[in-house]
Design a protein around this ligand. Structure first.
Ligand SMILES: [Zn+2]
Length: 322
């Protein structure tokens, strides 16, 4: 079986279920993916006047991997790729606010992107399970949430982003987020409204490039700000990825925006990113896709498409509505 790099399984949109390869594998393995439970805001209402919080947590980066980023990186929790990932996330929200304010929307909303303390996820207590060797995305997200709960960091309405260094973990792939904690501010029944998501910086750094690291960090974070109904209403999209763009900037060059990263190329090893995402996406529905024919160079821009900015803006408007 080849590597399965799924950034996120699909969710039903417009009444259509799409089962991804990874979901199918998860089903075979007996894992269940909780379905999304829509809840109205109740006791766990986030404070509407508080800034929208995004907190980013570094995972453990092995010594070997740190060496290539210089001595400086040996002693710190934030080697350069992780710092660049946070900066990219920060820039994405600045872009959304600029987009919104140019249209006199979200004028008083603040978004804070913060650095959290490192998260260490030790090997599983059940050494004979597959999860002990390569934790699945479900397991990683669960254990991340456990850590947050233990730290009292689940405050009801923040987005928590974990940046693990797991280049060989094909079960996590580039990362992802799963219901019921996949939308910031909309927790499942009885749960807080904190969302959590994973961007596997080790995978993008080792298999792809810093540009892909930046884009996937943005991509996995922005997923938690794009509920299905808004995505469906913006453009003619069935899923978040279709809000992205792939623009031919030269004869043989295609430039990919964050939400389209890992989805814009042909579905084969080395098509754009080293691995193709297995979540949903239909190239014909992309906010813009100029086609892959004759493309030799894949470049990445952290600039969000207008459709992505519009989607996040609508979500934040809903968030800050009285
Ligand atoms: Zn995705």
């Amino acid at each position: 079986m080849g590597p399965v790099f799924d950034d996120r399984p699909s969710e039903p949109a417009s009444g259509r279920w799409r089962v991804t390869r990874r979901e199918a594998l998860a089903a075979i393995g007996g894992a269940t993916i909780a379905s999304s439970i829509g809840t109205s805001r109740t006791a766990t209402d986030p404070d509407r006047d508080a800034p929208v919080r995004v907190r980013v947590y570094p995972g453990a980066v092995p010594h070997q991997a740190r060496l290539r980023y210089g001595l400086d990186a040996l002693y710190r929790d934030w080697p350069v790729p992780l710092r660049d990932a946070v900066a990219a996330i920060e820039s994405a929200f600045e872009q959304v606010l600029t987009y919104a304010r140019d249209r006199t929307r979200l004028e008083s909303l603040e978004i804070s992107v913060e650095r959290g303390r490192p998260i260490r996820i030790p090997p599983s207590a059940t050494p004979l399970s597959a999860d002990a060797v390569l934790p699945s995305l479900e397991t990683l997200l669960e254990r991340f949430r456990e850590r947050l709960r233990n730290r009292d960091a689940l405050t009801g309405g923040a987005c928590h982003v974990f940046l693990p260094w797991s280049p060989l973990n094909f079960r996590v792939g580039y990362g992802g987020t799963l219901a019921p904690n996949s939308i910031t501010g909309e927790g499942g029944a009885g749960d807080s409204g904190d969302a959590q998501t994973v961007a596997n910086v080790g995978a993008t750094e080792v298999w792809d490039s810093r540009a892909v690291t930046r884009n996937m960090a943005i991509h996995e974070t922005i997923h938690t700000f794009l509920p299905n109904d808004i995505v469906a209403a913006v453009g003619d999209a069935y899923c978040d990825h279709e809000l992205g763009t792939a623009v031919r900037t030269e004869e043989e060059t295609l430039e990919i925006s964050p939400m389209a990263t890992a989805y814009a190329g042909p579905d084969r090893i080395g098509g754009g990113t080293r691995f193709h995402g297995t979540g949903c996406s239909d190239r014909d529905r992309f906010s813009r896709h100029d086609g892959n024919e004759g493309i030799e160079n894949w470049t990445y821009t952290t600039e969000l498409s207008d459709a992505t900015c519009e989607g996040v803006t609508r979500f934040l408007e809903r968030w800050s509505a009285p």
